[in-house]
Design a protein around this ligand. Structure first.
Ligand code: ADP
Ligand code: MG
Length: 371
């Protein structure tokens, strides 16, 4: 168990690091951020920062030597860097977990090897593989980069040979992966957290809606049968155990029209779809993550409210913010980003409802009226 006043190193300076740092502070820890930019959202609330390239070993060394344990808040760090950090200080989750979740091939292969269903997929290395993809998956299918994708970037829906050729050229870096398009009626996610003593907890299943490939709205708990809820949680637990996870992991899943649960992707860090936990659970995803990587006990998730979470994206955020502050029901969270570029996640709002008291679609819309 890490003692109070110890320092947690967080690789990455974004909002997930920021909210993890705040949770760490509540538990009496210090945080030290490694970021490639000054004034990163996480650095604004941390007690120390190292600014420099994630690829520069002298920067990594300087960072690691100032902390007691290391975690990360974004996935696209080079594995060699994380492996190097692990020679200096303990890193949670492990570089192996990171490696699998960084690469859609390794990820799907890992899941399928553990009998966890995903959509059908094939690897695409060269133009000719497009023919195989169309034969095996049928149009439309989804072509994605295997690495570095986020918020729907690095992927395209393919309906014709011509679209395939164009996307093959435009999507980078290669190799690519072709996935059968899932006819889902719901997207859900489960946050699962485990510490070194194999204590494990799952948060309640979240229902997610995307706009332009970016998460727009989360609803918790997901409005699906309890059988599906349990199944989704079982899948998340199985993945966490198979990975020997230490830390938190977000598991994104589809429910298709046959009620099959298919895993889409996994993210070994706090997840946007878990932000509702900040106001509807006594111990939110960030605190649970910090507890896990510092090997503190993991209390059961006692969700006390139902909740919706709406992302605040792009320039409109500043216009909405005064209204959010005036609205007695919205709990606003801003990430401290200076420039509100289109598509950039600037913050989110949580709205709580009584336990097992989620309103219908109309009520959800009304609660979010001006957003
Ligand atoms: P990202 O890393 O950008 O989150 P995802 O693979 O999660 O990438 O894709 C983003 C969104 O695109 C998903 O949440 C889902 O709405 C849609 N999507 C991705 N893959 C598929 C698929 N195989 N079938 C149907 N929809 C998909
Ligand atoms: Mg995703």
């Amino acid at each position: 168990m890490l003692l109070p006043n110890s320092t947690i190193g967080i690789v990455g300076g974004g909002q997930l690091g920021r909210m993890s740092a705040v949770a760490a502070a509540r538990l009496g820890f210090r945080t030290h951020i490694l970021s490639d930019i000054m004034d990163a959202p996480a650095a604004q609330v941390a007690s120390g920062i190292t600014v420099g390239s994630y690829h520069d070993q002298s920067i990594l060394k300087q960072f690691a030597e100032q902390v007691d344990v290391i975690t990360f808040e974004f996935e696209n760090i080079n594995i060699e860097g994380i492996e190097y950090l692990a020679t200096v200080r303990p890193v949670h989750p492990s570089s192996n977990v990171l490696k699998i979740s960084q690469d859609r091939f390794l990820e799907k292969d890992f899941l399928n090897q553990h009998d966890i269903p995903t959509t059908q997929w094939i690897s695409v290395f060269q133009l000719e593989d497009g023919i195989n993809a169309a034969e095996k998956l049928g149009f439309p299918f989804i072509l994605k980069t295997t690495r570095l994708g986020y918020d729907g970037k690095g992927q395209a829906v393919i309906r014709t040979d011509k679209e395939f050729k164009k996307a093959f050229k435009n999507l980078n870096p290669h190799p690519l992966i072709a996935e059968k398009k899932v006819n889902f009626y719901k997207e859900i996610s489960v946050m699962v957290v485990q510490n070194e003593h194999d204590e494990l907890q799952t948060f309640d299943v979240t229902e997610n809606r995307h706009k332009n490939g970016i998460l727009d709205l989360s609803i918790a708990p997901a409005r699906i049968t309890s059988t599906l809820q349990n199944k989704a949680k079982e899948i998340a637990v199985k993945i966490a155990q198979a990975l020997k996870l230490v830390g938190i992991l977000g598991v994104e899943m589809f429910i298709d029209d046959q009620d099959n649960i298919l895993v889409n992707e996994i993210a070994p860090r706090p997840h946007n779809s878990g932000h509702w936990t900040m106001n509807a659970c006594p111990f939110d995803q960030f605190e649970m993550h910090i507890r896990a990587v510092t090997n503190l006990p993991l209390p059961p998730i006692a969700r006390h409210s139902d909740a919706i979470m709406k992302n605040l994206i792009g320039p409109q955020t500043l216009e909405y913010w005064p209204k959010i502050l005036e609205n007695g029901r919205m709990i606003g969270h801003l990430y401290g980003k200076k420039e509100a570029k289109p598509g950039r996640k600037m913050g989110h709002v949580n709205i709580n409802f009584p336990y097992n008291g989620l309103p219908g679609e109309f009520g959800i819309k009304a609660a979010l009226s001006f957003l």
